[in-house]
Design a protein around this ligand. Structure first.
Ligand code: KG4
Ligand code: ZN
Length: 338
């Protein structure tokens, strides 16, 4: 049978990434993360698009080289159309169009949030693919959604954040605590060394399957300000307990909504995706859910949690099989919906 080679390109935020895939299996997966944003404590859009422009050619070349194929063996170019930062999306979109035109092969546009979910269909040893229908919770620096997935391209958002994303809650809490950016991994590491019940933060009351994280950030800020008045060394002396308590609160919020979503839909197959799905607390809580609620859970391989191009390439492959191609006049879309 014929081999299908897809090049995936991701540039929606601050990672420039390219991946070559053969029939749903990864041949290469290259990511250039932009260090420049660390000193600003968050992504600076203007700097991000400029860095994409510098990185995109070397990253794509490296992905093709590592895959050990010739450019003219590629069957299609898949790229992230949105959602994301417009300036960043434009770099990947324009580049993908030009390359597809130059090689005279089809162009395939990909929704970044669908890709975080469909990353579960990358062919990887030791990883099971979820059966339809399943629930997907996408948790990242930009998004927090619960999606009912009935088929590859039949998805319905049944809950989402009304303000900050869960990754933002981690990063903004980290900023208050004087940790680096992004703070999620650091808070996670420290949380495992602390007491999750040391400090109590109230969970927000949000209707149905929606989330809210901006109140939590404010609660943490006021709490820290008050404690520092009494003890200037409060943060240093309690950092692990503070991190553990923040993580305990956030994971509690996520699991409460997942329980409700599973109950409302009757679906017990649950997948997670996005940067925060690397978190040890959510992984532990899902395991508990398997024992307690009869869930079957799907956690992506670590390299597919944060932004990557393999997830773009797999969507490209699935669309290729359906002859679902884009026109050359397709445009980037910062607020693209699932
Ligand atoms: O998916 P992603 O790489 O980029 C977006 O599309 O946003 O997610 C990045 C987010 C950041 O907010 C980062 O702090 C968070 O994922 N993150 C974590 C962990 N690893 C990354 N949050 C909690 N625990 C982690 N282990
Ligand atoms: Zn993402």
């Amino acid at each position: 049978s014929q081999n299908i080679y897809i090049l995936g390109i991701e540039s929606s935020c601050d990672d420039t990434a390219a991946s070559v895939m053969q029939n749903g299996k990864i041949l290469s997966n290259v990511v250039a993360s932009q260090k420049i944003h660390e000193e600003f404590g968050g992504v600076v859009p203007e700097l991000a698009s400029r860095a994409h422009q510098q990185n995109i050619v070397p990253v794509v070349n490296q992905a093709i080289k590592k895959a050990n194929i010739a450019k003219d063996q590629l069957n299609a170019i898949a790229f992230t159309r949105g959602p994301g930062l417009m300036g960043s999306l434009l770099v990947g979109t324009s580049f993908a169009k030009s390359l597809a035109m130059g090689l005279n092969i089809p162009l395939i546009d990909v929704n970044h949030m669908q890709a975080h979910i469909l990353a579960h269909f990358i062919d990887e040893e030791g990883f099971n693919k979820p059966p339809f229908p399943f629930l997907a919770m996408t948790i990242s620096g930009g998004h927090t959604q619960i999606v009912k997935v009935s088929n590859y391209f039949e998805m319905e958002v049944i809950g989402e954040t009304i303000d900050d994303a869960v990754g933002e809650a981690y990063d903004k809490s980290g900023k208050i605590l004087g940790l680096g950016y992004p703070a999620g991994p650091e808070i996670d590491k420290r949380a495992q060394l602390g007491n999750p019940k040391a400090f109590k933060f109230t969970k927000p009351k949000v209707a149905e399957l929606n989330f809210s994280f901006s109140g939590l950030k404010t609660a943490i800020l006021y709490f820290i300000q008050k404690e520092i008045k009494a003890n200037p060394n409060f943060i240093e002396e309690n950092i692990n307990d503070i991190c553990a308590s923040i993580q305990y609160t956030i994971i509690g919020i996520l699991i409460d909504k997942l329980k409700l979503a599973s109950k409302q839909t009757g679906i017990k197959h649950i997948a997670i995706g996005g940067g925060v799905s690397a978190n040890s607390g959510i992984r532990q809580a899902l395991k508990t859910g398997e024992a307690k609620f009869g869930w079957t859970t799907y956690v992506p391989k670590f390299e597919f949690t944060t932004d990557n191009a393999a997830m773009i390439a797999i969507v490209g492959y699935l669309k290729y099989l359906e002859n679902n191609f884009s026109q050359q006049n397709v445009t980037a879309s910062a607020r693209l919906k699932i």
